[in-house]
Design a protein. Structure first.
Length: 204
């Protein structure tokens, strides 16, 4: 059973189609944007910034599903990303951009969301607060509509960086598309305690 599970995990990790002209990128030849795509998301990832630049997905599992217990983020072969060192003893979370709860139909699908390609440097207050609550709203909508989501990760021209070198985004823009509508939210990457996610709604 353990051997079968290992084989499934290996297949899932390799299923992310990375445009990898370099199998093992180095700090001297990091790429500005690499497309990472599988059956649940499409991501434009910056090795230079060690963050996604944009993310697109359609919610597939709005109801409760399999347990995520024991899962942790893993690195994608051939892609230079953030890693555990970037989140050690600081205020930054491994922010799922494609939310695990929206793809928990199966363990195989859920595991795809734990790729470091899907992780942004996100303030813990934002990630665990209004961002999470908006994800819950998305899932509720998906009980009635097809809900497509695009996230744009925004940086300063010369972004601040962690001691580990990963860049810190300034904002996250989330666009919800459903029932012929587009609803846009713009979140600062900072402490948002005491706020409601509708406080960050912006006109299209």
């Amino acid at each position: 059973m353990k051997k079968l599970l290992f084989s499934l995990v290996t297949i899932l990790v390799l299923s992310c189609t990375v445009d990898a002209q370099m199998v093992h990128p180095t700090l001297d030849n990091l790429r500005g944007e690499v497309i990472v795509e599988n059956e649940i998301f499409k991501i434009g990832y910056s090795e230079v910034l060690e963050n996604p630049l944009w993310i697109e997905y359609t919610i597939q599992c709005p109801l409760s599903g399999v347990d995520r217990g024991g899962m942790d983020f893993y690195e994608v072969e051939g892609l230079h990303t953030s890693d555990d060192d970037d989140y050690y003893k600081n205020e930054w979370d491994k922010g799922h951009m494609v939310p695990a709860a929206a793809f928990n139909c199966t363990k195989e699908m859920l595991l795809l969301t734990f790729s470091y390609a899907n992780s942004a440097i996100q303030h813990e207050s934002l990630n665990r607060g209004v961002w999470s609550r908006l994800e819950g709203f998305e899932r509720n909508l998906a009980n009635f509509y097809e809900v497509k989501v695009r996230i744009e990760v925004i940086f300063d021209e010369n972004p601040k960086r962690l001691p580990s070198n990963a860049a810190i985004p300034t904002h996250f823009k989330k666009i919800l598309m459903f029932d012929g509508r587009e609803e846009v939210f713009l979140f600062p990457n900072e402490n948002t305690s005491g706020s409601d996610w509708m406080d960050f709604y912006v006109a299209k």
